[in-house]
Design a protein. Structure first.
Lengths: 361, 309
């Protein structure tokens, strides 16, 4: 009698992929995606009767030509990175947080509210309160979706998205009924107290100090997801929920927690926009941060290390877009098409690169 | 009493975009492909539908082109998830972005910035002879534009097709158990391709309905979450046409109630009224996700060579 065979006798570990295969899988898709996206968009720009070379030169140089352009790029980088991380952290457990917009807006509303009501407090007290208010509001907002998901199995894509539409009205109520500023010309709250405004770094014109906070948050996210037990549980619950569950990880609870953390980052982004950029909460202040955050998270393939890098690239495109519209005349909407094309071509290139890599191993 | 008839008529009109978008979602979903690009495809349908109607002067052409563009996006989703087997949610989101960007860009290119809002004629109302003379019901049900009637016929037709014909049974088997369907010779990939394309076409028409019936013009916020609500509605309706119609009635009623209460000047902040449809949907979903039957293979890609799939 032989012992029962638990593994197939010829089941060996697959050979480690060669360097060439790894380069093809890792680098080639990005190169292909970027080249294809800009070529296709360039053809469209040319077909519309503009000069694509001039358009691209404006896009890529605006951020680096002047102090102002570079400052604007860094300022854009802050909410983009935070929203992208807010998307990728739940994504690690396989959940889609499409509610960054709402989390940002309620965070901004709460931060502005605290900054207005306690306007007389000194900065040392008020500033932490304002930022904390934003973070809390964002977590509560995502917490509603997390509760519905964890307890009632309501699809989180739907609940987070629907809460975005509710958040528009929350901000509208605050801006038109509670802390209204009739002199603003647009629907906006009054300005926050001086103590609620973030100091400026460098300059002129300078970047608000929230940049440091965003960098710190990014570093902490990288450390936690890669080097701690909590981060391991997060990744395990995402890659193989069944195996994780058998090994004692409570997958549903990890998912709920990840979604709430994602909301906290969205709320933080809102608070920083209020206390660092606008000095108040304004309707429409979220522009297209939601879409961009998701695009960044997907292009970075959910990696916290690559999110800040991709976010910087997207910030350059966004800052260049308005300048391109002014000087070359190409509609700024073109840039959203380029960004979507990069993502689509990246997905397609993955397939091509996967097939090529299999051939060289 | 007359006011009741008018309200009922408004509600029936408001049902149509939900119904079309949701039936489109259902069609792809029953074959196993879950789309999340409704909001974008509807916005593109609205933009294209408006622009073509504006350019050609024919709203029929506008609706048809919107359907065609929607079909292209639906087909792209089907192709990327069946032939290339890419993740359905990620591809859906990417197409949502592309459609959103394209909608704004096309409007900007064709219309540019104008001082006056460009307008098209909204679809004419066709009274059905005799039936439209019935008191109350006549105005509510039989005095609408052509698209309303077509949407109703489509819902009935889809129900008959899916639950009373062999082809419909085959289609549903692809979304329930593609391996079994495949072994019986049902073309899984081809089924997924045509259902997602047809579903996309319906979403495009749902979008075109908004400028061509409601506003006569295109704005960036014209869809206003209806695409996402349509996904919720599809779950709520248990992926079956008859319940989706009932759900669409609920969503449309919420829309009309919010609108009506605002006009009538009840002393409630307008913001509270405007969130009614979204909050009601969130509450309803708590129950919907308990009883709703979802196609077994929804959201998953089929790999003929995989052992587990």
């Amino acid at each position: 009698m032989t012992a029962p065979v638990l593994t197939e006798p010829d089941a060996a570990a697959p050979p480690a992929p060669s360097l060439a295969a790894r380069v093809i899988r890792g680098v080639l898709p990005y190169v292909l995606a970027l080249v294809l996206a800009f070529v296709v968009a360039g053809i469209v720009i040319a077909a519309l009767g503009y000069d694509p070379v001039e358009a691209y030169r404006t896009i890529f140089t605006t951020s680096f030509k002047t102090n102002f352009g570079f400052t604007e790029t860094l300022t854009k980088w802050v909410p983009l990175t935070l929203l992208a991380l807010g998307f990728t952290i739940p994504l690690a457990v396989g959940r889609f947080n499409i509610g960054g917009e709402g989390q940002l807006l309620v965070g901004a509303t709460a931060a502005a509210g605290v900054g207005i009501v306690y306007a007389d407090l000194p900065a040392a007290v008020l500033l932490p309160m304002v930022i904390l208010a934003g973070v809390l509001a964002g977590s509560v907002w995502a917490g509603i979706a997390a509760l519905l998901m964890g307890r009632f199995h309501v699809n989180e894509i739907l609940s987070t998205v629907l809460l975005n539409f509710v958040s528009f009205q929350v901000l509208d109520y605050a801006a038109t009924e509670v802390w209204t500023d009739p002199a603003a010309g647009v629907a906006a709250t009054r300005g926050v107290g001086e103590g609620a405004e973030l100091p400026t770094l460098g300059g002129p014109p300078g970047v608000h100090a929230g940049l440091l906070l965003a960098v710190a948050v990014t570093l902490v996210t990288i450390l936690v997801t890669r080097r701690t037990a909590a981060g391991f549980e997060l990744r395990a619950a995402g890659t193989n929920p069944r195996a994780a569950g058998i090994n004692g990880i409570r997958v549903e609870r990890v998912a709920v927690f990840a979604l709430i953390v994602g909301g906290a980052l969205g709320g933080l982004a809102g608070a920083l926009e209020v206390s660092g950029v606008h000095g108040r909460a304004i309707e429409g202040m979220q522009t297209n941060f939601l879409l961009l955050g998701i695009i960044i998270g997907l292009i970075a393939r959910g990696s916290a290390v690559w999110v800040p890098v991709v976010a910087f690239g997207i910030a350059i495109l966004e800052v260049g877009a308005s300048s391109m519209q002014r000087t070359v005349g190409v509609p700024a909407e073109m840039v959203l098409i380029i960004e979507a094309l990069i993502l689509i071509f990246l997905l397609l290139s993955d397939v091509i690169a996967g097939r090529l890599a299999r051939r060289v191993t | 009493m007359n006011e009741f008839a008018v309200l009922a008529q408004l509600t029936v009109v408001a049902m149509v975009p939900y119904l079309l978008a949701s039936l489109g979602t259902m069609l792809g979903g029953l074959a196993g492909v879950f789309s999340v690009s409704q909001e974008g495809v509807m916005l593109l349908g609205a933009s294209v539908g408006f622009l073509v109607s504006y350019g050609t002067g024919s709203s029929t052409v506008g609706v048809l082109v919107a359907a065609g563009v929607g079909a292209v996006f639906g087909f792209a989703l089907g192709w990327a998830t069946t032939v290339l087997r890419l993740d359905q949610f990620v591809v859906g989101l990417a197409l949502f972005f592309a459609a959103t960007g394209l909608a704004g860009l096309l409007y900007r290119i064709v219309i540019g910035q104008t001082a006056t809002t460009p307008l098209v004629d909204t679809l004419p109302r066709l009274d059905i002879p005799l039936l439209s003379d019935i008191p109350l019901l006549g105005i509510a049900l039989f005095s609408h534009n052509l698209l309303v009637y077509l949407a109703a016929l489509l819902a009935v037709g889809l129900w008959f097709f899916l639950y009373r014909t062999r082809a419909g049974l085959n289609l549903r088997s692809v979304g329930e158990n593609p391996k079994a369907a495949d072994s019986l010779g049902i073309p899984v990939v081809r089924t997924r391709l045509w259902t997602t394309a047809a579903g996309g076409a319906l979403m495009g028409v749902a979008g075109a309905f908004l400028p061509l019936v409601y506003t006569g013009t295109f704005t960036e916020g014209i869809v206003g979450g209806r695409g996402w609500l349509a996904i919720a509605l599809t779950f709520f309706g248990g992926w079956r046409p008859q319940f989706i119609v009932a759900g669409a009635l609920f969503f449309a009623t919420m829309d009309v109630v919010a609108l009506r209460a605002e006009v009538s000047g009840i002393d409630i902040p307008s913001q509270v009224l405007l969130v009614i449809p979204y909050v009601a949907t969130l509450v309803v979903m708590v129950f919907a996700f308990r009883w709703a039957r979802v196609p077994e293979f929804l959201g998953r890609n089929y790999d003929r060579e995989s052992r587990t799939g």
